[in-house]
Design a protein around this ligand. Sequence first.
Ligand code: SF4
Length: 146
Amino acid sequence: MANPIKFRPHHLLCMLTYKGKGYTDAFTDNFDKLMERLNAQPTELEICKGPDDICAPRLCDPTDTNCHCYNDDLTETDEKALADIKKIDGLKDLDYGKMIYLTPDLIKELRASYKTNAIRTACEGCEWVDLCSEIAKNNFEDTKLK
Ligand code: SF4
């Protein structure tokens, strides 16, 4: 099996609505590739603290002066997302350092909960919240993660 992809908790939400919009071209190119990997086969995700494989291009981009990946408020966002995602059947023991096996059924379940706002505490105050709400309302149409 391929190496797990490192995911900080709130990115388990962001992956559900990602349509190709993001902070920089390097960020979206990398995000696109990760979603292609997830689409190709059920994949293990390792839940990590702090910056993950989605953040990676921002950390080494000197032109990205607004990089927030190490900020405390994002750590809190992760805590909120983790608490919410633990409500999903089979994920109550999820924690940092643990793995999630991301299957199409689990993606479906996460999206159903996302759509009812049951797991979106972490989205409060996010700059993308209106866009993500609209995408959920449209049944995640044209998102990169299938
Ligand atoms: S609103 Fe923000 S935190 Fe929530 S899924 Fe969208 S981008 Fe991620």
